[in-house]
Design a protein around this ligand. Structure first.
Ligand code: GDP
Length: 444
């Protein structure tokens, strides 16, 4: 995400790092470079110009602090301005005090609208809510099916109207009845997936307006594909003029997007970006935090999101259990397998590495292979439970069997077992050290 912008901004900011102080003269080139970097990332021209103007004004007006270099000061100013541009604060969905909360989701076809509806349902489900999806994208028969399939995978009901095996083409009716259905079945959130077209057209706009009128949603979200750059901004403007939506959802931020849409939309339509979608899997959705995004853009990583992802996978009890296991060096291949499953649930390796400060920009050249996990898993799964608990009993003939069973070479099995042994040895010596540490603490 945004690698090229990150690289260019870093280069631009480096050029002032050696300067003793910031002057109109030595900052001019840097500002030009920053502006060019933004324009190349497809940031709206006006937005890019205002951005550099503000940075320059602030930089020249800032007192030179002796403790930090002018370069560092400038990085801070650019960071602050990026956060401001992205909206400053994270903004939540408006929830109705009396259920159900009705959320209307609009956007062009292919923007990732249907996928997002399912993701949002899962997001709320994880928070203990009971969502209902409404299939108001009634023109593409496949759309209703797609929503049903996605919903089934997360165990969320879908409201749709079919007569004689045909989808009834009345989106307003689907939306209205879905809200009634939610009341009847005690569902506290209704998420309405509407029809999109490839381009903005009058019929589509009218229909969404009619749905809005009929169900008076508490929240209208506009979904846009961040890969479409300036088009995303124009579409957002058009939808906002008609619908006056409450928030934007940026999809496909995992792709090769240049970042222009993310950086321009907020200030052009003056509506907050509420969610970022970063993959096809249904858990690839995160609330949008302007500060974290700015950190990523400047190559500072996003440790907070990384920690939060980890926290989702480990509750306090599980973390304690794992810690005890590691300390007693009683950690076996079964535990190892379980940890792999948790890490996998946190996201793709590429995405996780991208959140580590300083590593983001290397990821694009890195051959990070999520399949590496698959091979290890296959080998572990080819072992008997007894072997997983006690890998020392695996002899040569069993190694051959495991290799055959998992489609790997005997040398791969050997390597896995060797590495696992090393890891355990390291844990043993670490736990000894930790034990010593505790003893010292007690004496003090
Ligand atoms: P709709 O026509 O707006 O309802 O769009 P869909 O939900 O059908 O999504 C269009 C395509 O984009 C599908 O192939 C999705 O799997 C894919 N997609 C949706 N969101 C994301 C995302 O955040 N990242 C990636 N890489 N693909 C996505």
């Amino acid at each position: 995400m945004f690698e090229s912008l990150t690289e260019k901004l870093e280069a631009a900011l480096k050029s002032v790092s050696g300067q003793g102080r910031i002057t109109e003269l030595n900052i001019a080139g840097t500002m030009r470079e920053i502006r060019r970097a933004l324009l190349e990332a497809d940031v709206n021209y006006q937005v890019a110009r205002e951005f550099t103007e503000r940075v320059k004004e602030k930089a020249l007006g800032t007192k030179v602090l002796s403790s930090v270099s002018p370069g560092q000061q400038l990085v801070k100013i650019v960071y602050d301005e990026l956060v401001r541009l992205l909206g400053s604060e994270q903004v939540d969905i408006n929830l109705s005090p009396t259920p159900p909360t009705v959320i209307l989701v609009a956007g062009l076809q292919g923007s990732g609208k249907t996928t997002f509806c399912a993701k949002l349902a899962l997001y709320f489900k994880k928070k203990g809510r009971a969502p209902l999806l409404a299939a108001a994208d009634v023109y593409r028969p496949a759309a209703v099916e797609q929503l049903k399939t996605l919903a089934a995978s997360i165990n969320v009901p879908v409201y749709s109207i079919e007569e004689n095996g045909q989808v009834v083409q009345d989106a307003v009716r689907v939306a209205r009845e879905a809200v009634q259905e939610a009341r009847r079945t005690a569902r506290d959130i209704v998420i309405i997936d509407t029809a999109g077209r490839l381009h903005i057209d009058e019929a589509m706009m009218q229909e969404v307006e009619q749905i809005k009128e009929a169900v008076r949603p508490h929240e209208i979200l506009f979904v846009v594909d961040s890969m479409t750059g300036q088009d995303a901004v124009n579409t957002a403007k058009a939808f906002n003029e008609r619908l006056d939506f409450d928030g934007v959802v940026l999809t496909k931020l995992d792709g090769d997007t240049r970042g222009g849409a993310a950086l321009s939309i907020r200030s052009v339509v003056n509506k907050p970006i509420k969610f970022a979608s970063t993959g096809e899997k249904l858990d690839a959705l995160t609330p949008f935090y302007p500060d974290r995004m700015a950190q990523r853009i400047l190559g500072m990583g996003d440790v907070i999101s990384l920690v939060e992802r980890a926290q989702e996978q480990y509750d306090a009890r599980q973390a304690e259990k794992l810690r005890r296991k590691l300390r007693s060096a009683d950690f076996n291949l079964e535990d190892f397998y379980e940890q792999l499953q948790r890490i996998k649930k946190m996201g793709s390796l590429r995405e996780l590495i991208g959140m580590i400060p300083g590593l983001g920009r290397y990821v694009k050249d890195l051959d990070v292979d999520d399949d590496a996990f698959k091979h290890i898993e296959a080998m572990i799964l080819s072992m008997t439970p007894e072997e997983r608990r006690n890998p020392d009993i695996i002899d040569a003939s069993r190694r051959r069997r495991i290799a055959r069973g998992s489609g790997m070479e005997v040398s791969d099995v050997n390597q896995l077992l060797r590495q696992f042994k090393e890891m355990r040895k390291m844990m043993k010596s670490m736990s000894k050290l930790m034990g010593k540490g505790r003893a010292v603490d007690l004496r003090q």
